[in-house]
Design a protein around this ligand. Structure first.
Ligand SMILES: [Zn+2]
Ligand SMILES: [Zn+2]
Length: 215
């Protein structure tokens, strides 16, 4: 079984996720942000061995805890290459909000097409979903060799809404194409864990999301 712990704190209320294999206790940390101390405590309490730090994209709310997570865990950091400019700009981006953000350490590995990142009995497959920003990805999690049905989508898709496209590198048509051509292909039963707000499913969003109704 997959064990998922979600935490979010102000001001951004961005979801950070620990996703763990219940059998082996191996896990990944997706998008370490301001909730980092809470999720690291959770991992310790549940005796989880975090193997990788995986980023859905590099906006400051999704990377503000990377330095602390890396220091505590000593594991590799993954990001899409096209978001490197945002990653390098995270400290400046934080200052715009009046926040002191610790500079995130260098990325260890850029996602590549067809890549498989393993933890315990599970694997993560990154899928490029630009539009909210150039290097956004959907992280598909499933048992090794099976079609994963748990999708960590960053700020591409939300329950009842979609990501904003007015930030640097954002593009509305590209975002809609990412949702329709990449996310919808996982099927209606796929579970969606957005970067903000509650979880949903592809079917629920395909049927009811006002931004995604066929014209
Ligand atoms: Zn974002
Ligand atoms: Zn966000």
């Amino acid at each position: 079984m997959l064990q998922i712990e979600t935490q979010a704190v102000g001001p951004f209320m961005k979801n950070g996720f620990i996703v763990a294999c219940e059998r082996t206790r191996q896990a990944v940390y997706i998008d370490p942000g301001d909730e980092v101390s809470g999720l690291l405590a959770y991992a310790k309490r549940h005796d989880l061995a975090i193997q990788h730090i995986l980023l859905t994209h590099a906006h400051v709310d999704h990377v503000s805890g990377v330095a602390a997570a890396r220091r505590a865990l000593g594991v590799r950091i993954y990001l899409h290459r096209d978001d490197e400019f945002l990653y390098e700009d995270a400290v400046q981006h934080g200052l715009l909000f009046g926040l002191q953000v610790e500079p995130p350490p260098p990325v260890d590995e850029y996602y590549s097409p067809g890549q498989v990142i393993a933890f315990g009995d599970y694997e993560v497959r990154p899928h490029h979903t630009p539009g909210h920003c150039p290097g956004g990805v959907c992280l598909q999690v499933g048992k090794i060799g099976e079609a994963g049905q748990d999708l960590f989508v960053g700020d591409t898709l939300f329950a009842g809404s979609i990501g904003r496209t007015d930030l640097p590198g954002g593009d509305y048509q590209t975002l809609i194409a990412s949702i329709r051509d990449v996310l919808f292909r996982f099927g209606d039963g796929a579970r969606v864990y957005p970067g903000h707000g509650p979880a949903t499913t592809i079917g629920q969003e395909r049927r009811t999301n006002p931004f995604l109704q066929a014209e």
